[in-house]
Design a protein around this ligand. Structure first.
Ligand SMILES: Nc1ncnc2c1ncn2[C@@H]1O[C@H](COP(=O)(O)OP(=O)(O)OP(=O)(O)O)[C@@H](O)[C@H]1O
Ligand SMILES: [Mg+2]
Length: 236
């Protein structure tokens, strides 16, 4: 993977972690504000120095709240450079980036990309990020001790009625039923070095394009993730 892409991925994860952290900070801040508002209500009963402290604390708190709101606002609006892109080109590039890693892990990546698909109007880098995260997950879905004869990942693009589908299938460890409703949660990971943000980043990018990220998995058999594009297609 190029260092620029690794950096992109890290920045995206960092942004997400910051947003999560600030979100958590907002609740206790509101609680402090309520406490101070209560002290302001009973100011007649308090010594004047205490009232001064309450006033300056309230101002400082409002300043923190503004900062938090501004950063949250900024992190939500990571507007991309939307432009007409070829889904197959981005797919080929993502495979090129991860081919070496798959090869070292003795995993075969196959692709079947349908010709003449309509272009998408998306931010190339964001979509690349989604494909890289999903392919990385597929590569990581093979147990080192796996005795499977063939570790195989198949990536395909195709038309399905009005939709364009990007799909990745692996014959890896699969996802157990009890994890299925957790994998999109922030920080859910079963990996030693995972952040558990990969799928949640993918999901929010795909949702921004009014598209869907779906999956189907059977424990011990493998997993399929599908991205269904509909409203960001260039209609021919
Ligand atoms: N193709 C897959 N096969 C099996 N399990 C998967 C697959 N994709 C995701 N998972 C499960 O979903 C969890 C969450 O995935 P996600 O990409 O969000 O985080 P991660 O891969 O653990 O960490 P990170 O992406 O930050 O490196 C994974 O830890 C894994 O348990
Ligand atoms: Mg991941």
């Amino acid at each position: 993977m190029s260092s620029e892409n690794i950096q992109n991925n890290k920045l995206q994860l960092l942004g997400k972690m910051t947003a999560g952290l600030l979100h958590e900070i907002r609740n206790p801040l509101s609680a402090i504000k309520l406490g101070l508002a209560h002290l302001i209500m009973i100011e007649d009963e308090l010594p004047s120095e205490a009232n001064e402290t309450v006033k300056s604390s309230t101002q400082a708190l409002e300043r923190i709240q503004d900062l938090v709101d501004n950063v949250l606002d900024f992190s939500r609006k990571t507007a991309g450079k939307e432009q007409e892109c070829s889904i197959n080109e981005i797919t080929k590039y993502s495979i090129t980036l991860l081919h070496g890693l798959a090869f070292r892990n003795k995993i075969l990546i196959q692709s079947s990309l349908e010709d003449n698909l309509p272009n998408l109007i998306v931010d190339k880098n964001k979509l690349l990020q989604v494909f890289i995260n999903l392919i990385s997950n597929a590569i990581e879905a093979f147990d080192i001790s796996s005795t499977k004869q063939k570790k195989c990942i198949t990536i395909s693009t195709f038309r399905n009625k009005e939709d364009i589908v990007w799909q990745i299938k692996d014959n890896g460890i699969g996802i157990c039923d009890s994890d299925k409703d957790k994998i999109f949660n922030d920080f859910f990971t079963k990996k030693h070095k995972g952040t558990g943000l990969g799928l949640s980043v993918c999901n929010s990018i795909i949702r921004d394009y009014n598209s869907q990220l779906l999956f189907d998995s059977e424990l011990g058999e493998g997993t399929t993730f599908s991205v269904i594009f509909n409203s960001c297609l260039v209609k021919g």
